[in-house]
Ligand binder design. Structure first.
Ligand code: NAI
Ligand code: AKG
Length: 444
């Protein structure tokens, strides 16, 4: 059996009941075959892949808190410190009822490669809890965040592990987490990113994942003599990534006609009014169906189906495995020519295979949604300098890094004879840096 196949089996055997982690490992290792084949004996001797798929540390803990009725609730928290090969662990926290160890491990594993592509000194980690902030009062969210930090603070630090937001964790949650960290440790340091702008946060962090997605999509199109201008775009989700992807795509002249949430989707043939979506989602914490109350041209449909709407470009920005094989076929039939992932692993493996075979452009999340963690790393830089950068400086650095990521992934794909295969390109470009750092640091 080849080394890669052995390692895929090992990941499955040693991590039962973690299908998302298996999926992420398989996707990465499969595409590393051309590199591993070049020097299989050396990679085997150094157990590079065994070490890469085994997190350095997994912490799981009890999170008790009191709800508004006086009832004690108990959730489970996690932090997976996957790899510090190229810097302190870095990656978000997800608060969602679906969170379990396998999901946090898949996200932490992806994060190692994504962070390597940024060319900034950050390793890979991820965390979260099976807590649902939806429908909770601010006091309940604060109580949960404080209890979560009562354990997490022992494991993190500005130079060891720097969490940030993800699904269900935005500015409000990061603020509560930061306040509790400061209270417990007495330290005022860049231990979390995505902080508020009055206490060490960076301009552009809020916008950065969505903006970065559009910057790299535009760069890919530019390299094929195209542009987003005039294109019809579908964005799924209506959270942080979706909102700012929509805003930037519109800025580039695209027409975004649909957005969704976990209940359903809105279709607005005149183009989504992002100011209204921001009001519903960021201020009122409401549901996307409220959009049609304010925009008569729009239609709301309950349930799945957003990918049946005709478009040129699809930007899945909600959650993992949200775009299936039948969705990919519907997109292709309706003329869609590019799928660029804003979320982490939103396209299933079968759908990805189909997309690659049908010669659509496909940008994998570890490259195309790297704008968020990039700006987080820029926030760490600003915190270390004890300075704030302007919006323009931060945004232009973000753009530069996204363009550089595109150059790396297209270059690596071409070098190995897989031109325009950005899945292979991203995995190989990232792996080479990680493996080199691991090799140089000895057996740790
Ligand atoms: N926030 C960030 O900076 C980054 C986020 N990501 C990824 O982007 C994705 C979205 O994250 P955020 O926008 O930060 O979260 P968020 O919590 O702000 O928004 C998530 C959105 O997805 C929707 N959603 C959840 N499950 C859904 C489903 N099954 N079908 C349709 N919609 C669904 C929610 O209703 C919500 O609108 C996640 O995969 C996350 O890991 C990736 C890189 C950075
Ligand atoms: O900003 C960060 O540190 C992490 C963002 C994140 O969780 C991700 O890239 O998936």
């Amino acid at each position: 059996m080849s080394y890669v196949d052995e390692m895929i089996s090992r990941a499955i055997d040693k991590n039962p009941g973690e299908p998302e982690f298996h999926q992420a490992v398989r996707e990465v290792l499969d595409s590393l075959r051309p590199v591993i084949d070049e020097n299989e004996a050396m990679y085997r001797r150094d157990a590079i892949l065994e070490r890469l798929i085994e997190p350095e540390r997994v912490v799981s803990f009890r999170v008790p808190w009191v709800d508004d009725k006086g009832q004690v609730q108990v959730n489970r928290g996690y932090r997976v410190q996957f790899s510090s090969a190229i810097g302190p662990y870095k990656g978000g926290l997800r608060f969602h009822p679906s969170v379990n160890q396998g999901i946090v491990k898949f996200l932490g594993f992806e994060q190692i490669f994504k962070n390597a592509l940024t060319d900034l000194p950050i390793g890979g980690g991820k965390g979260g809890a099976d807590f649902d902030p939806k429908g909770k009062s601010d006091r309940e969210v604060m109580a949960f965040c404080q209890s979560f930090m009562n354990e997490l603070y022992r494991h993190i630090g500005a130079n060891t592990d720097v969490p940030a937001g993800d699904i269900g964790v935005g500015g409000r949650e990061v603020g509560y987490l930061y306040g509790q960290y400061k209270r417990l440790t007495g330290r005022y340091e860049g231990v979390l990113t995505g902080k508020g702008l009055t206490f060490g946060g960076s301009l552009v962090r809020k916008e950065s994942t969505g903006y970065g997605l559009v910057y790299i999509t535009e760069e890919m199109l530019r390299n094929h003599e195209m542009t987003m201008s005039g294109k019809t775009v579908i964005v799924s989700g209506s959270g942080n990534v979706a909102i700012y992807a929509t805003e930037r795509a519109q800025h580039f002249g695209a027409k975004v006609v649909a957005l969704s949430d976990s209940s359903g989707f809105v279709y607005d043939p005149k183009g989504i009014r992002i100011d209204i979506v921001k009001d519903i989602k960021e201020k009122r914490r409401g549901r996307i169906k409220e959009y049609v109350d304010e925009v008569p041209s729009a239609k709301y449909t309950e349930g799945r189906g957003i990918w049946n709407i005709p478009c040129d470009i699809a930007l899945p920005c909600a959650t993992q495995n949200e775009l299936t094989l039948s969705d990919a076929k519907a997109l292709k039939e309706n003329g869609c020519f590019a799928i660029c992932e804003g979320a982490n692993m939103p396209v299933t493996q079968e759908a990805t295979d189909y997309v690659m075979e049908s010669e659509m452009f496909f940008l994998p999340g570890k490259a195309s949604n790297a704008g968020g963690v990039t700006t987080s790393a820029l926030e760490m830089t600003q915190n270390s300098e004890r300075l704030y950068w302007s919006f323009e400086k931060t945004d232009s650095r973000l753009k530069e890094i996204m363009v550089n990521i595109y150059a790396q992934i297209s270059g690596a794909a071409k070098d190995y004879g897989y031109e325009d295969n950005y899945v292979i390109g991203a995995n190989i470009a990232a792996f080479k840096k990680i493996a080199d750092a691991m090799h140089s640091q000895g057996i740790v």
